[in-house]
Ligand binder design. Structure first.
Ligand code: GLY
Length: 373
């Protein structure tokens, strides 16, 4: 089963192809895009070891030669140093305006390679071939590209839409279970922010999806991409509705900062915990029923995911310390914290009208609750 989601942006429209084996279409699709018949691939060492030969053989079958640069895996690669290395490598490989750069990896590679493509010769086309669930449902779609600064995550970047996304769901089979479930945090986010029926479906099918059900995986990636495409079409540069995609992220970014962006907490795990906290805050503010946060937490728990702050190993700052870390998040506007809250499952909205005391009390309770392991 293969599906296509179209991202309909004027002058920058592109398709997302989703399904097991779509990697094999890379050669034909990229050859049809024109440009030099030589493709430069940015990837990471793990993905290169597992899948690069398949990609390069497919490109060769379509008459394309290719060269790959495999960068170290991990968030630290989203740095000035690796950006410089990537751009200089692309220049050394004589990439010109009409050429195609391929981003072959998870969110780190997609963001870095996309940014390299955005600034190289003032912008060259690039194709996203996301290999992690998180990248397939979120970061490869919508054109946010960038690197981290010592001052914070994703603070340097550009909007630069890919020309094509190939989300091969078969590649998810080689992901460690923890990485898969972290990506699933972003899938749940879509149901919670705007599609209650999708959340119902995830409650029923999530365990099968995690166990490897091919059709369920395709359906989950497709629905997530449809929702993201719809939001990006309305608000490409996040002047309004695109911020809905940040459900759970204000809490998540504080927790990621508190854990030093280490593997104590993966981004998607922080998103899942953040979504549960955003629903808890919404319920306490009388915006949604108390059953909604319980349902969110029950589903995450059923999936074997981290649900509570206390599920994060090691020490954390106190509630005031976490609130300070939220204040450093880039989603602060005019000194006010911007939250995505919910009137119910599938009905999120953006607000800066959140009393500090309400956030503090949610954090205090979350920090003192016993871990359910
Ligand atoms: N990951 C959030 C966005 O693309 O806007």
């Amino acid at each position: 089963m293969t599906t296509t989601v179209h991202v309909d942006l004027p002058g920058r429209a592109y398709d997302i192809l989703i399904g097991p084996g779509v990697l094999s279409q890379a050669g034909a699709r990229i050859a049809a895009m024109g440009g030099r018949r030589h493709v430069c691939i940015l990837t990471d060492e793990n993905v290169a070891g597992l899948h690069l030969a398949t990609l390069q053989t497919g490109l060769a079958d379509a008459g394309l030669t290719s060269e790959a640069l495999a960068l170290p895996p991990g968030e630290a690669t989203k740095s000035w140093a690796q950006l410089e290395r990537s751009v200089e490598w692309l220049l050394a490989n004589k990439v010109e305006r009409g050429d195609i750069v391929v981003a072959f990896g998870g969110g780190v590679i997609g963001d870095l390679a996309g940014f390299a493509a955005a600034i190289l010769r003032r912008g060259v086309r690039f194709v996203q071939i996301p290999t992690s669930l998180l990248a397939q449902v979120d970061s490869s779609v919508g054109g946010k590209t960038g690197i981290n600064s010592p001052s914070g995550k994703n603070l340097i970047g550009a909007f630069h839409q890919p020309s094509l996304v190939l989300a091969d769901t078969a590649l998810l089979g080689t992901l460690p279970a923890r990485d898969f479930l972290a990506g699933y945090g972003e899938v749940v986010k879509y149901g919670l922010l705007g599609d209650a029926a999708f959340f119902d479906w995830l409650e029923a099918e999530g365990p099968a999806l995690a166990a490897g059900d091919v059709d369920a995986r395709v359906r989950a990636v497709t629905r997530s991409c449809e929702m993201k495409a719809d939001i990006v079409q309305r608000d490409e540069t996040e002047q309004g509705d695109r911020a809905l995609l940040n459900l759970g992220h204000t809490f998540c970014h504080a927790l990621e900062a508190a854990t030093g962006y280490s593997d104590r907490l993966l981004h998607g795990e922080g998103v899942a915990i953040g979504c549960a906290l955003a629903f808890e805050l919404s319920a306490r503010m009388g915006l949604c029923s108390q059953e909604d946060p319980s349902r969110v937490r029950a589903h995450l728990r059923d999936m074997g995911m981290k649900v509570d702050i206390r599920d994060i190993p090691g020490d954390l700052p106190d509630a005031a310390g976490l609130l300070d870390l939220m204040g450093q998040d880039k989603k602060v506007l005019d000194g006010k914290l911007r939250f995505i809250l919910a009137r119910g499952i599938g009905d999120a909205f953006i607000t800066s009208d959140v009393p500090r005391e309400a956030v503090l009390s949610v954090l205090e309770d979350a920090l003192s609750a016993p871990s359910q392991g």
